[in-house]
Design a protein around this ligand. Structure first.
Ligand code: PMP
Length: 387
């Protein structure tokens, strides 16, 4: 029978209503579709209609590539959420925060060609830090592996270090802090997930260079919009010139869309989206942890409840990803163990960690999550002598 619509991989039949038990649960990508129901509820006031003559120019009327109104909205959003200090800071826009990762490395590694800056991150880390640094193959910087390798290396004070700090971390949701505290070390704080849906917000982040993105805040990963908040004017200028030469700034159409979305987020003090998103993520985490608490074969990362200044209460964990560990020696290729159970995650080695770990994405659609949970329930039920 030919389906009338394109079915999710786990459903078939003419109405996509027949469950296909042998399908694969896809928990690989970090696609933030969990926010789609919020935007469906706000379909009309988040809609955008742009006339053909609008925003044709390379530049805004003040000759910049940046919409000042959008920049104001971003500062207002951080003030309402209380997740970053923006007063007296510079802001640069990027085509997703991914463009700004390298813009930041470029800016912080100037004049390092005699002794290239060492770009480092603490495992498990987001794979793009390494992949992008190696792709550009610059004379000014090189990827130099795990931060812990350099922690006690104080002899070499001519080489710069550029430490990526991801907080909360992708994949394990920890609120990481910089490890190197030496004068020649600079940090790039990647705060892609520092929003009330994924973590408690203990205090506004106040670092020299911080990155944010709408991909993981409003969920619009496809619009490709991120921003950097920068203390130092010279670093700001260099990042601005990188984005200028690379893409001539961010698409003006994308900036319009981001403005529309943020204005909806800011309605009603920004509470509605964060409450919806937190409740969704919290429920997913509780359901997954309940099932895995019965397992001796698999475990999840531990995240302690913490006071959140946004919700003004202590709140339990609601991370974007499960960092699942296969506890048994014979399961050291955890990715394959899960594939055999029709669960597709992302192997620990992708994050510079051991393959006893696998990342499972919890931010996809509700259907995708239900399918994942169903497969995990079956897998745990098959364990001998389950607790
Ligand atoms: N940083 C981290 C830690 C991420 O997980 C991601 C996306 N998965 C990004 C940056 C890039 O996000 P984007 O380019 O969509 O803003």
């Amino acid at each position: 029978e030919q389906p009338v619509c394109e079915c999710n991989s786990c459903y078939g039949g003419s109405h996509c209503s027949d469950f296909l038990p042998d399908c694969v649960a896809d928990a690989d990508s970090g696609d933030p579709i969990f926010l789609e129901p919020f935007w469906m509820q706000h379909a009309a006031n988040s809609a955008l209609l742009v006339a053909g003559w609008h925003r044709m120019s390379y530049r805004f009327s003040d000759q910049s590539y940046i919409s000042q109104v959008l920049e104001m909205h971003i500062r207002k959003l951080h003030a309402k959420v209380g997740n970053a200090v923006t007063d007296g800071r510079f802001i640069v826009f990027g085509a997703g925060s991914i463009q700004l990762l390298n813009a930041a490395v470029f800016a912080l590694s100037q004049n390092s060609s005699v002794s290239p800056a060492k770009v480092i991150a603490s495992a498990p880390y987001y794979a793009v830090y390494k992949a992008q640094t190696e792709l550009f193959n610059s004379v000014n910087y090189k990827f130099a592996g795990d931060t812990s390798l350099w922690q006690n290396n104080t002899s070499d004070n001519t080489t710069k270090f550029i430490e990526f700090v991801t907080s909360p971390n992708n994949p394990d949701g920890k609120l990481n802090k910089a490890v190197l505290h030496i004068e020649n070390a600079k940090t790039i704080y990647d705060h892609a997930y520092y929003w009330p849906h994924f973590t408690a917000i203990p205090a506004p982040a106040d670092e020299d260079l911080m990155l944010f993105t709408i991909s993981k805040s409003t969920g619009h990963a496809g619009s490709r919009f991120g921003w950097a908040i920068i203390k130092d004017e010279a670093v700001y200028q260099r990042m601005q010139s990188y984005v200028g030469y690379n893409t001539m700034g961010v698409s003006r159409d994308t900036q319009l869309r981001a403005l529309k979305l943020l204005s909806v987020v800011l309605e009603g003090e920004g509470r509605e989206i964060f409450e919806f998103a937190y409740n969704t993520m919290r429920q997913r985490w509780e359901r997954l942890s309940n099932i895995l608490s019965m397992s001796k074969r698999f475990s999840l990362q531990k995240i302690a409840p913490q006071f959140c200044s946004f919700f003004q209460k202590v709140r339990g964990p609601s991370p974007a990803y499960a960092w699942l560990k296969c506890e048994k020696e014979e399961d050291k290729d955890c990715y394959s163990v899960l594939i055999a159970a029709n669960i597709n995650g992302r192997a620990g080695s992708v994050f510079g960690a051991e393959d006893q770990y696998v990342r499972l994405s919890l931010i996809k659609s509700q259907d995708a999550f239900e399918i994942l949970l169903d497969k995990i329930t079956n897998l745990v039920a098959k364990e001998e002598g389950t607790k």
